[in-house]
Design a protein around this ligand. Structure first.
Ligand code: MG
Length: 165
């Protein structure tokens, strides 16, 4: 009997925003006065997604695999961190059913870049962009996100594997 096993994962990330840094989201550079401050490129969406995928199959988290104390990850391209993590998950037999994302930032506006972001993530994971969705919210002018001091992302994913018994 072939049984399909499902697992869900949840990821969250937040980074400070700083003038002079690039704003990178889902591997896409979006024109903005400020960008994410981080050891890596600070891509909150890809960091949350990486944690969601690793968490779904109990393979650790992004901080464990790529510690900020390690110089190798200084200014790291988060697409590479995601790709490396996904290779691990995939080689354990998992496939992605879908990924759902929420980005929370006051600026810049995400909607004009949504399709590009979905396609960027899809190309790293080698899945269809239709399996990935991205929504954007603001901080309604409140708190560190509303005051344009930080950007955050939340990601859920559903992964599956076929277990032949
Ligand atoms: Mg991060």
């Amino acid at each position: 009997m072939i049984e399909k096993i499902l697992r869900t994962g949840l990821g969250y990330d937040l980074h400070k925003l700083k003038r002079g840094r690039k704003f990178i989201l889902g591997g896409v550079e979006i024109p903005s006065k400020k960008g994410e401050e981080a050891h890596s490129d600070g891509d909150v969406l890809l960091h949350a997604l990486t944690d969601a995928l690793l968490g779904a199959c109990g393979m650790g988290d992004i901080g464990e695999l790529f510690p900020p104390s390690d110089k190798r990850w200084k200014n790291a391209d988060s697409k590479e961190l995601l790709k490396t993590s996904w290779e691990r998950v995939k080689s354990a037999g998992w496939s992605i059913e879908n990924i759902d994302c929420v980005v929370i930032t006051e600026e810049p506006k995400i909607l004009p870049y949504r399709l590009q972001i979905r396609q960027s993530i899809a190309s790293v994971l080698e899945i269809e962009a239709e399996r990935i969705f991205v929504k954007a919210k603001t901080g309604e002018g409140l708190g560190i996100i509303g005051k344009k001091k930080a950007a955050a992302a939340l990601v859920t994913c559903l992964i599956s594997c076929r277990n032949i018994q």
